[in-house]
Design a binder for this molecule. Structure first.
Ligand code: ZN
Length: 442
């Protein structure tokens, strides 16, 4: 890869877990028991049905935008995006075009920041299911998903490796789960990843001036679509980089197309070749009035935001020397982080080590201060102080020592019990047994 720089932009779709649909009052349930049980004229796209925007979905989209450091458009609107597909009965999807709710944000990765171009809100489509019924191959449509609030997060082409793409996507999921606006279950399609991948010939790049980098983007891009795991994202990008490099080395340009990832074969494959960018004929949805996000409303949304994740990790690092990679395994939502914060405060107040508590929580599944105390009392007794107790117990129980020496080794069970009673503490059996045997043999 000496001659090429990988350039990746990501588009991520996330279903919001609002109670009802984006433009109707149907139940929003990604795990509905049967197909087509939550539908109405609006989400089935029947003529004349009138959509009404879900306020909660709008507020959550803005909340996410704020958490990503985005600017918020004071005037936003919904647009119709026209295309034909069987899972889209209206013939258009309600989305946002030139006035998304949020724009110009940032997500930090260990490789550097990734710019967020926009965060907009739209409705999900129905779901096509390809099946065989009575020996015939058929395509079935489930409209339960139709009209589910769907947020799309688009990045700048500022991701430069498969590892960074994976880290970005994981970080985004962490932020969304923290806000508790989606569970981001990838297997059930609540979070879907897309990566636009191309290779830049470094030699042909005259300068590395970042402000010009957009003018010099490669003249093609390959869209890797519908990825439902971080591992597949990474592997798919790696495969694409190799494939595109081979084509470029031959002096050719990779075809601009949409590709999928086959996890069994570990390859990407052509799904759809686009001659030109599709013409969706966007125009403002006349059924939905523009949305004014005034200062008061924005202020209310802002004040409902939890402490930022970055701020939280920094604070815990400063107050308790906690490592982010460890402590982040212990919570997902802001609510859970607040409970954890309370536990840390209590632990600190009782002059116990929060660092040790976190270690115990991660590795030994400890959940409360009480469980932690029991565990620390085990760890806290030194070999030296135990040896003093052992000496006393052996002296008081000479018969057991004689029994042990004559081969009755199971008397150590009795001696372990005696030492624990003397120490008034629960001590790990194996450790104590070894200390006793060592003492008898010494
Ligand atoms: Zn509906």
């Amino acid at each position: 890869m000496k001659n090429y720089q990988v350039i990746i932009g990501m588009e991520t779709h996330v279903q919001l877990k609002t109670k009802s649909g984006m433009f109707c009052s149907c139940k929003n349930d990604p795990n509905a028991e049967k197909p087509n049980i939550y539908t109405c004229p609006v989400c089935l796209g029947l003529p004349g049905a009138l959509p009404v925007a879900n306020k909660q979905a709008i507020e959550w989209t803005i909340k996410l935008g704020l958490a990503l450091g985005c600017k918020i458009n004071s005037l936003s609107k919904f647009d119709r995006k026209h295309y034909f597909y069987p899972d889209l009965p209206k013939g258009y999807q309600i989305s946002q075009y030139d006035l998304p709710f949020c724009y110009q944000g940032k997500v930090q990765t260990s490789f550097g920041p990734v710019g967020i171009t926009r965060v907009h809100l739209e409705e999900d489509t129905g779901k096509l299911i390809h099946d065989t019924v009575n020996g015939k191959k058929v395509s079935l449509i489930d409209f339960n998903r139709s009209g589910t609030p769907l947020v799309e997060i688009v990045t700048e082409p500022e991701i430069y490796s498969s590892a960074q793409a994976k880290e970005y996507a994981k970080r985004l999921r962490q932020i969304i789960r923290y806000l508790d606006i989606s569970d981001c279950d990838m297997e059930s399609g609540e979070m879907r990843l897309e990566a636009n991948i191309s290779l830049q010939n470094i030699k042909s790049q005259i300068s590395n001036n970042k402000s010009n980098s957009n003018d010099k983007l490669p003249n093609y891009k390959v869209e890797l679509k519908n990825i439902n795991s971080f591992r597949y994202l990474e592997r798919g990008i790696e495969y694409e980089v190799e494939r595109q490099q081979e084509i470029l080395e031959k002096g050719e340009t990779p075809v601009q197309e949409t590709r999928g990832f086959n996890a069994e074969k570990n390859i990407t494959y052509t799904q759809r070749t686009k001659e030109e960018a599709a013409d969706y004929r966007y125009f403002p949805d006349p059924d939905l009035p523009p949305i004014n996000i005034d200062k008061r409303w924005l202020g209310e949304i802002n004040s409902s935001l939890p402490e930022t994740l970055d701020g939280l990790f920094k604070r815990w690092q400063k107050e308790y020397s906690l490592k982010q990679e460890l402590v982040e395994l212990l919570f997902e939502t802001a609510d859970e982080s607040r409970k954890l914060d309370g536990l840390f405060k209590q632990c600190h107040k009782e002059k116990l080590s929060v660092e040790k508590l976190v270690n115990a929580m991660v590795h030994k599944k400890v959940k409360t201060i009480e469980e932690f105390k029991k565990l620390t009392s085990v760890d806290d007794v030194s070999d030296e102080s135990l040896n003093i107790i052992i000496e006393k117990v052996l002296k008081d129980n000479q018969k057991a020592v004689v029994d042990y020496r004559s081969g009755k080794t199971n008397v150590t069970n009795f001696l372990v019990g005696m030492v624990m009673r003397e120490a008034k503490k629960k001590i790990e059996f194996g450790r104590l047994q070894k200390l006793i045997v060592d003492k008898i043999k010494s």
